[in-house]
Each structure stands twice: as C-alpha cells, then as structure tokens.
Design a protein around this ligand. Sequence first.
Ligand SMILES: C[S@@+](CC[C@H](N)C(=O)[O-])C[C@H]1O[C@@H](n2cnc3c(N)ncnc32)[C@H](O)[C@@H]1O
Length: 246
Amino acid sequence: MSDRSSTGGFDASGIDEDAWTELERQLEATIPVYDRVNRIMTLGFDKSMRKHVRNHAKSGMKILEVGCGPGSFSVDLIGMDLTCLDPSTEMLKVCRKRVDAIRTERAETPAVYVEAVAEEIPLPDNTFDRVFCLFSFRDFKDKRTGLSEIFRVLKPGGQLVICDAGKANWLHGLFGRIYMATFVQLVARIVTKDPKHPWKWLARTYTHYGTHSYYKSMMKEVGFTEVKARLLFPGMSSRFKAQKPE
Ligand SMILES: C[S@@+](CC[C@H](N)C(=O)[O-])C[C@H]1O[C@@H](n2cnc3c(N)ncnc32)[C@H](O)[C@@H]1O
C-alpha cells in the first residue's frame, strides 16, 4: 500500500488500518439516524439513486451487496437470492432484522449475512449475477484488492454496479467538497444535535476519493470490461458499471 501519511491515512485507492478502524466506529455511530440524514442531505434523491441501481437486477438473480450497512438498499431487492456482506457486526445485526422481516412478509427465504471486508470475501468463485456497492466503495481499505475479490465472486458475464458520492473530475470534486463541508455538515449537526457528529468522516473520505477515470482504469486493470461511469441526477452520486467477461 502506498504511504498515506500526508493524507491523514487516506488516499484515492484506500485507507490505512488505523484510519479505517476509526471510520468504521464512526459509521456505526450513524446507525440510529442513517436513513434520515441520507434522505435530507441528498434532498430525497437517495431513493431514485437506489432505484436506478436496483434496476440492474432481475428477479431470480443471485445478488451480493458489499457494504450493506443497515440494509437501506437490500431491503427493496424483491424475488432475489440475496447475500449481504459488511465488516460491522452492528450494521449486519440491524440489516438482518430489517431485511429478513420484509423477506418473510414477502414469503421469501432469509438472506445470507456475511461479516467480512470486500478485500477478503469468504465466498466461492463465480457465484453472483450482480454485485452492488452503494456508498461503501469509498470506505474500502484497499480498492484494487476489493475490486479483484468482487471480480472473483462474480459469474462470467456478471456485473458490478457501484453507486457512491459523485466525483466526475477535479472541478466537480471541488463543488462536492464544498457541499460535503457545508450543507451535509449542517444537516448532520441539526439531526444528530451533536457538533461532533460522525458525518465529519464523510467529508474526509470524499476529499481523498478518486475521479471516474481513476477508478475506471483500476477496474479495467483488474479484468473488468464494458466499464462505464456517469453522474446520477442531480450530480451528487456517481454510478460505475463493469462486466466480468463471459
Ligand atoms: C455508508 S454505509 C452504506 C450502507 C448501504 N450500502 C447503503 O446503501 O446506504 C457504508 C458501509 O460500508 C461498510 N464498509 C466499510 N469498509 C468496508 C470494506 N472494506 N468492505 C466492505 N464494506 C465496508 C461499512 O461498515 C458500512 O456499513
């Protein structure tokens, strides 16, 4: 891993162990108000962004969500064979309760829950039709290794879809940093009533996050083809798509 000391433990391709442990602690602290803050800080567009990603899956497919958090995306995957992966015991606990409750109502089998990081996925090769990462790619300790692991567990012809904070290029990144440092911080402060709220780390991971071309190159180096990136309306989020060749 490269030396990240000048970036406080972060760079565009990953996060140092100590900084990642603190980031995980902070993410767990967001659980009680996670969906509410996301809704307000995206002005409600989180719903349409998640729907856009979900439309890449079809009923009957085998799906893996990497970095499922409290289940905000997985909960709406209907009629699919679902595996939810996250390194946080707390996140997985909330996710399991929420996702399995709704799956039971829909007469679906429970999902499978895996406590692990993307960089070391304890699942067999060539297993999934789709792998989704929503707002978790930015947190990977080592993005290249995480992408390689996702490539390994995808079936030939399978697809990875990532949705994360948008950074199309450096200029767009500059606007993103202003939005993260002002509006997002204000919303988080008001909702949590805590000036030391955990969304401070969101601005930090975004600052050191790479651009579309940076991650597109990385995905191609890992072996993905048909690699595409675009901003989702209204430009707060980026969506990457990449295919494992047949
Ligand atoms: C902001 S939450 C996203 C939750 C959810 N996917 C959503 O749609 O809102 C980020 C999640 O990524 C997880 N995460 C952090 N580092 C990870 C890693 N290296 N591999 C997989 N997941 C990771 C965190 O534990 C957290 O639950």
